[in-house]
Design a protein around this ligand. Structure first.
Ligand SMILES: Cc1cc2nc3c(=O)[nH]c(=O)nc-3n(C[C@H](O)[C@H](O)[C@H](O)COP(=O)(O)O)c2cc1C
Length: 285
């Protein structure tokens, strides 16, 4: 990989183009901010960097509270509008049709259409240059119950969160792993049983289907694997339960010993060029 060096820039991407709601439920405002993130996990400390010229800057400085709302692809148009118009001139909730809903711990409203809203109380304001950093403690998190699974965990894969990277909006891609997946140990599988299903194939001979059952983290998993090419006749399969032998060779060629054991007729099958099989009587010993 060859890289060229540019002068310093705001090149951390992607980031959420968060909606920062402020004020009160009656006198509210909302702005878009990409310069936001987490500073500390315990206590949960966040920040949002805002230019002093923004209307939101005055409001947040006065009330010392705001809400960080994570937007979805569905409301991308509104997110952009909110980021190019000022609340000094217009009610941006009314303009975009988004809903200001009361929060639980702060007076600033949350945006109902965002699946995640973090209620924040300002603990510090740090000037750095173009932007002042509002450092805040997260005092409550509101999540859309649609994305809370049966175990009570948040699964945002289907939420369609919006991302922002270097001047453009993006939809998130597919989930590709979870935290720690790179060092996760392989799942323990314990084989508990196996079943040999037999059925007539188009040659009137036995067709074998190997069915393996095993426990995967306590859950029984069944994998049925046809030994020969699958045919519809398989549906008529009669089931013959046999103890599974790990060492048994599931090949087309059955040994004499295996024939004896399983009552298979002493035929071998040779695959022809058109994919069908030629039946051949084996020489008896
Ligand atoms: C994608 C996007 C990201 C933005 N990020 C920030 C930001 O991090 N900080 C900031 O001060 N302004 C940011 N802005 C600009 C403000 O959202 C914009 O100036 C807005 O009109 C301010 O609204 P207000 O005057 O009602 O507070 C961003 C705009 C967009 C479209």
């Amino acid at each position: 990989m060859s890289k060229i060096t540019w002068k310093a820039g705001t090149m951390i991407s992607p980031v959420p183009p968060a909606l920062i709601s402020s004020g009160t439920i009656k006198k509210h405002n909302v702005m878009t901010a990409a310069w936001t993130g987490i500073i500390c996990s315990e206590p949960v400390i966040t920040y949002v960097s805002i230019r002093p010229s923004r209307y939101s800057y005055e409001i947040i400085k006065k009330h010392k509270e705001f809400v960080i709302n994570l937007p979805t692809v569905k409301i991308a148009h509104a997110v952009d509008t909110i980021g190019v118009k000022s609340g000094r001139d217009i009610d941006k909730f009314a303009l975009t049709g988004l809903t200001a809903e009361p929060s639980s711990q702060v007076k600033a409203p949350q945006v109902a259409e965002c699946p995640v809203s973090l209620e924040c109380k300002v603990i510090d304001i740090r000037p750095y240059g173009t932007h002042d950093m509002f450092v805040a403690e997260v005092v409550a998190v509101n999540v859309d119950e649609k994305y809370v699974n049966e175990d009570g965990a948040l699964d945002l894969e289907k939420a369609g969160l919006l991302a922002y990277a270097h001047g453009f909006y993006y939809a998130l891609g597919k989930k590709i792993g979870k935290y720690g997946f790179s060092v996760e140990k392989k799942k323990k599988t314990t084989e508990v049983a196996a079943t040999i299903l037999k059925a007539d194939n188009k040659f009137g001979k036995e067709k074998r289907l190997k069915e393996k059952k095993f426990l995967e983290n306590g859950v029984e998993v069944v994998i049925a694997k046809p030994h020969f090419k699958k045919t519809n006749k398989l549906e008529k399969a009669e089931t013959e339960k046999k103890p599974f032998k790990k060492s048994a060779k599931m090949s087309n060629k059955f040994s004499k010993k295996e024939n004896k054991k399983t009552n298979y007729e002493p035929y071998s099958f040779k695959k022809k060029s058109d994919g069908s099989f030629k039946k051949k009587l084996k020489r008896s010993a």
